[in-house]
Write a new protein. Sequence first.
Length: 375
Amino acid sequence: MKQLATLGVMTIAALSLTACAEETTGSGGLTVEAADSSCKVSATKLKAGPSTFKVTNKGSKVTEFYVYADGDRIMGEVENIGPGLSRNLVVDLPKGTYQGACKPGMVGDGIREKLTVSGEAAQNLSDSEELSAAATSYERYVKSQSDALIDKTTEFVDAVKAGKVDEAKTLFPIARTYWERIEPVAEKFGDLDPITDGREPDAKAEGVDFTGWHRIEKQLWVEDNTTGMDKYADQLLANVKEIVALGQDAPLTALELAQGSKALLDEVAAGKITGEEDEFSHTDLWDFKANIEGSEAAINALRPVLQKQDPKLLDRLDTEFEALYTELNQYQDKSTGEWEFYDKVTEPERKKLSAAVDALSEPISQVAAVVARSA
């Protein structure tokens, strides 16, 4: 789930962003100093190929850093960088123009700077036979999940429009399971993700209409009816279909798989652990499990690459996935498949889940670098 972001950048024109215009190699290290009102990128002229941005938050607000292509298509992102912390983002950029953006508070368009990429990479990551095979494997996974997502979202929307409250409540976490497994696909396409999966506080912060999954969720669980929800239901289904179509036209690359696997864990840490994601229905654990499954699917697609390049890292990933599943699965009724509602999970239990997520997050953060050097 992304924060809402409008397409224009005029609103942040008054904020200062400075960057030196030195040229760096595509594989060279770049630094980004993110503050509350500035975003200093160490270079804005890059050579084609993988680039690593080390993003350090020197401000007082949690921040994130994006690299956008035309139309605010996301080439890469790193989120939830707390004050004083650093995170790396590896992005494979072909020749063209892009924008780097820091987002203090994780809202708005961000403080942006034009990035110019020239030349040709010595070898595109997508040219690697192993990485191409990984992307193709994940593409098959996305196709299966996308088909089920459209089917179940259609059932959910039909129930909402028919005023079948209990049926809609049952279908809500089921349909969202398929959404949460492949959300890195949705996150590539600008505002489509936030208007589909944005939370109410984010909509209020941006001054826009509260839409999507969580708008309908609120009506179902708070008002216990579907009054006025037809337009939101129709919009939800249209957005899901558009995201699926765009994802098929622009499937994730192997590097995006690695970044997406980490992003799904960030989703858990940012919204599921805290209970903020499904605040009305408390169906967070359905989403939690789906995010983990989606993250693991990305790692499994990359498994041959990781086995060759860093088998110890792969062994560690397998161990931490197993530990997280063990911690999580105790909250599922094995006979029915139903999950515990998250408001019934105690604070000590949430801390144990959080620790298991953190233990997996660290080795997953290393996968992108392994992929970048495997071409």
